[in-house]
Ligand binder design. Structure first.
Ligand SMILES: Nc1ncnc2c1ncn2[C@@H]1O[C@H](COP(=O)(O)OP(=O)(O)OP(=O)(O)O)[C@@H](O)[C@H]1O
Ligand SMILES: O=c1ccn([C@@H]2O[C@H](COP(=O)(O)O)[C@@H](O)[C@H]2O)c(=O)[nH]1
Ligand SMILES: [Mg+2]
Length: 215
């Protein structure tokens, strides 16, 4: 279970008090975390918009947090930019710190973590630093040629939306990300989504996963 210490004033005013851990009386809020995984262009971000609208989750895209670091000229910005251009994975401590900060500054108790963890090393670092693991993992299963087609027509000005980088990202995904899916599958946490179809058809598969949890 994800928990976060909160101040007594938040406790009193929080509409989320039904999620308080009454047992220790210390003001600990139970959080609900869901991770979305899938190759580049498999449609994670697109489905997150629908999940947020329908179920009131707060969405954190690890890629967006990293891109924000680049545009804010942070000390890690140049390294992050190079890494993204090359389709490689940013050091775990950098990404975990950004996710941690985002979660801790949010008032919500239910989160979508989109595009993370990318590797077993990411996963282990997250679980060690945060002391939690996801309640659910959604895996967007999409054929490579469909992912390439979508990324090349995304048109959002991303530095990694080019054929050369996509090829590298697909290799990294197969080598490093799939082991994470396997790890969570063995723990019974993975819901596999067939990511081919219209956005609404895909959401029809996603919807019942959330409806099954009382969050
Ligand atoms: N079901 C779909 N059918 C066709 N195109 C889609 C579908 N879902 C999303 N797209 C389009 O594909 C592109 C990639 O989608 P999206 O950005 O959601 O993928 P992603 O998994 O978040 O990718 P990345 O890991 O690169 O951030 C976008 O242009 C989006 O509009
Ligand atoms: O946890 C993460 C997430 C992302 N990256 C880097 O960013 C790009 C783009 O990520 P998207 O999720 O597709 O927006 C990705 O290829 C990595 O280079 C990362 O290192 N770690
Ligand atoms: Mg995305």
């Amino acid at each position: 279970m994800w928990k976060r210490a909160i101040s007594p004033s938040t406790l009193l005013s929080s509409p989320k008090s039904s999620f308080l851990n009454q047992a220790n009386g210390l003001g600990v809020l139970n959080l609900f975390g869901l991770m979305l995984s899938g190759g580049p262009g498999s449609g994670k971000g697109t489905q997150c918009v629908k999940i947020v609208e329908t179920f009131g989750f707060t969405h954190f895209s690890a890629g967006d947090l990293l891109r924000r670091e680049i545009s804010s000229n942070s000390e890690n910005g140049a390294v992050i930019l190079d890494t993204i251009k090359e389709g490689r994975i940013v050091p775990s401590e950098v990404t975990v710190k950004l996710i941690q900060r985002a979660i801790e500054s949010s008032e919500n108790y239910k989160f979508l973590i989109d595009g993370f963890p990318r590797s077993e090393e990411n996963r282990i670092a997250f679980e060690q630093i945060m002391g939690v693991e996801p309640n659910i993992v959604l895996f967007f299963d999409c054929p490579e040629e469909e992912m390439v087609k979508r990324v090349l027509s995304r048109n959002q000005g991303r530095v990694d939306d080019n054929l050369d980088t996509i090829k590298k990202r697909l290799k990294v995904f197969a080598a490093l990300n799939l082991p994470v899916i396997n790890y969570y599958s063995e723990k019974g946490k993975v819901h596999k989504i067939n990511a081919v179809g219209t956005e609404d058809e895909i959401f029809e598969q996603v919807h019942p996963v959330f409806a099954a949890y009382d969050v």
